[in-house]
Design a protein. Structure first.
Length: 220
């Protein structure tokens, strides 16, 4: 089971989220913290595999606190919940060590899948948050066009990036292309290097903003 700590200032929200996660037998909520100090103590004592924290409880220095929590256990996956889709905040959270950034309005399925995905080492970002990042990604695509992408990435890497843009996980991509998860990860590393980006989210943002994918690409 995936041991999980929830950190939220609002007890009602925390309890509701805990009840949502309990619907999945593979997730176990081992603590619900309502203060920063309690969160730090419980992470040290209980050694959770996933922490779900509202951004507000980490104020006034959320990025420093995310980094501090991550330093306590390199394998710990951190999910940030917020009402804000500010692109700068999102990117700073990921840079500090977060693995996922979701809006508090996320559905039950989104939340459960996020816990499982970050536990597996994947990053998760809600669509609305991704849209915010796309808005500031113009500087990343000035030198790119459709022919550049296809010629540079190669057919298989192109397919991997397309599937990522559809929201597919590494495991789903590996199954769809009949390749190993390690090979998928290798493709992503090459994509990052060739596009000059540092994450899956940035790579997808660059592809979308450049018009790399057409509506026909999304016909399953």
């Amino acid at each position: 089971m995936i041991s999980t700590i929830i950190a939220a200032e609002e007890p009602l929200f925390s309890e509701g989220l805990a009840n949502v996660l309990k619907r999945d037998p593979g997730i176990k909520v081992i603590n619900q913290s309502i203060t920063q100090s309690d969160l730090i103590i419980k992470v040290g004592q209980l050694k959770p595999q996933v922490v779900i924290s509202c951004l507000s409880i980490l104020e006034p220095n959320p990025f420093n606190l995310i980094h501090q929590i991550k330093q306590m256990d390199a394998k710990l996956a951190i999910i940030i919940l917020s009402n804000s889709s500010n692109a700068t905040t999102i990117l700073r959270c990921f840079k500090a060590g977060a693995h996922a950034y979701l809006l508090k309005s996320a559905s039950t399925i989104e939340m459960i899948n996020a816990v499982k995905s970050v536990y597996s080492g994947e990053a998760v970002l809600s669509f609305r948050c991704l849209s915010s990042i796309i808005e500031i990604s113009d500087h990343l695509i000035n030198d790119y066009n459709d022919s550049y992408f296809k010629a540079t990435l190669g057919e298989r890497a192109f397919d991997v990036l397309l599937m990522a843009s559809r929201g597919m996980t590494n495991r789903q991509i590996s199954e769809a292309l009949s390749i190993s998860s390690r090979t998928v990860q290798s493709h992503f590393r090459n994509i990052f290097n060739k596009l000059g980006v540092a994450s899956r989210t940035e790579a997808v943002a660059v592809a979308w903003r450049s018009g790399l994918f057409t509506p026909d690409d999304y016909q399953y």
